[in-house]
Design a protein around this ligand. Structure first.
Ligand SMILES: C[S@@+](CC[C@H](N)C(=O)[O-])C[C@H]1O[C@@H](n2cnc3c(N)ncnc32)[C@H](O)[C@@H]1O
Length: 427
């Protein structure tokens, strides 16, 4: 008996994968459809009764559709046309049916790899067994959060010499940031120069929001200005845009999701790796900044406690106090930033500090909290790095974990203060 016929064929398939296919199925019936996927309905299964039975939120498919439309029309069509031979790797391919529906795949010789869990792959193969893909199709069963995914991919015929388009569509915010960095580095170091990638990332506020069918599972986010440095660290030279800039009139939210497209550039990886490696010479910061930074750090530490307490009492009061504080320290921050020879030298802290935080528009309480936490962390790192006379990349990133827990909530800031106080001691 077919293992999927025991109950509902799709019952064991992750809800989000089915939901994506459901959105594509609905879109395909629209008069002015942005994309058409004739396989989506079959792949999604009976979602209507699933929604009713499980009382699951349906969400809106607009973002998914706009993203697929963007990838297909702005990136993949020209990729397929410009390459006689290429590889396309779909991470977390889910129930994506591009291999069967995306006509540009017929030009040239393209090999499409779909990576997902075995359960998904088996289900998909069983549903589409009578269909013919438009290009060579390889399904790879692997857990991409484990390092061995690349070995699994190689075993199925992946070549390091063939130009490759890596597609991380609707995926990275579900996987720990540190693992995403490792995945991205593995992609850039296992393909030739002209390769490309796409990923979409969310802003930190969305990952903190924790609601709806998708965002409940979001683990992390990046502000748009921090995106290039994050990807550069993994060997990708990227450009990015908010999804709303490509929304085709659909509702994709405002300034929450970011499309990232990049070309492989290992020189970025080299520069950044050399500066953060254990053996790299520690960059010295001119000594005249030392006393300034110690006083600054003491000021920040004292103020963090006041802001945290004030925020806990009333978030609006906390926000006012925070904005007053950052206005007051702005001139000092600018002087201390000058102690770094180039902005890159403090990694992705720099862009955050170079922007005027008071100009950022914050809508929800979560966005406000994320902003306060991110900025105060950045200030503490800046003061710490300058006080210690080292370049900031030795602290490598803003994602500081204390006892395995990422600091991203206001009440965790005091733990960071304690650690920094211990580190600077009596200096
Ligand atoms: C939201 S769905 C997106 C599917 C597809 N990209 C699409 O647009 O239809 C996410 C997919 O990623 C897969 N996935 C999540 N974590 C994964 C992991 N660690 N290894 C492999 N696949 C994973 C899930 O099984 C699921 O099919």
């Amino acid at each position: 008996m077919d293992e999927y016929e025991i109950d509902d064929k799709t019952s064991s398939i992750p809800f989000t994968a089915r939901l994506m296919a459901y959105y594509r199925a609905i879109e395909s019936t629209r008069e002015n459809a942005l994309i058409t996927d004739p396989f989506a309905e079959r792949l999604a299964g009976d979602m209507e009764s699933y929604f009713n039975k499980h009382r699951r939120a349906r969400g809106t498919g607009d973002y998914t559709i706009v993203r697929t439309h963007y990838i297909d029309n702005y990136l993949l069509a020209s990729w397929c046309n410009e390459h006689k031979e290429s590889q396309i790797v779909l991470f977390g391919a889910g129930l994506d049916a591009r291999a069967y529906r995306f006509e540009p795949l017929k030009h040239g010789r393209h090999r499409l790899f779909e990576i997902d869990f075995d359960l998904i792959n088996k289900y998909k193969s069983s549903i589409l067994k009578d269909e013919t893909p438009l290009c060579e199709l390889v399904r790879v069963s692997a857990d991409i959060s484990e390092l061995r995914w690349i070995t699994d991919l190689e075993k199925t015929g992946f070549s390091h010499e063939t130009p490759t388009f890596w597609l991380l569509e609707g995926l990275v915010y579900y996987i720990d940031q540190i693992k995403v960095e490792s995945i991205l580095k593995t992609t850039s170091t296992n393909c030739p120069e002209e390769s490309q990638m796409f990923a979409d990332v969310c802003v930190p506020g969305l990952s903190l929001a924790q609601f709806g069918p998708f965002m409940t599972h979001f683990k992390w986010g990046l502000n748009k200005e921090d995106v290039p440095a994050f990807f550069a660290r993994t060997g990708w030279n990227v450009v990015c845009a908010f999804a709303d800039d490509y929304d085709q009139g659909r509702d994709v939210g405002q300034r929450g999701l970011i499309f990232v497209n990049g070309k492989r550039d290992l020189s970025l990886l080299d520069i950044l790796e050399n500066t953060i490696s254990e053996d790299a010479p520690v960059k010295k910061i001119p000594p005249e900044f030392e006393s300034l930074s110690i006083n600054f750090l003491r000021d920040v530490i004292a103020e963090v406690h006041v802001i945290v307490e004030s925020y806990k009492g009333n978030p609006d009061d906390g926000m006012v106090r925070y904005l007053q504080f950052i206005n007051r320290v702005k001139p000092t921050v600018e002087i201390m930033m000058k102690s770094f020879s180039e902005p890159l030298s403090i990694g992705h802290i720099s862009s955050r500090l170079l922007r005027d935080p008071a100009t950022v528009v914050l809508h929800t309480p979560d966005e406000k909290e994320a902003h306060i936490v991110g900025y105060l962390k950045a200030l503490m790192f800046l003061g710490f790095c300058v006080a210690k006379g080292i370049a900031g990349e030795h602290l490598s990133s803003m994602n500081i974990y204390i006892e395995g827990q990422k600091i991203n909530k206001i009440n965790q800031l005091c733990s960071l203060v304690q650690i920094i106080q211990q580190e600077i001691g009596n200096s």
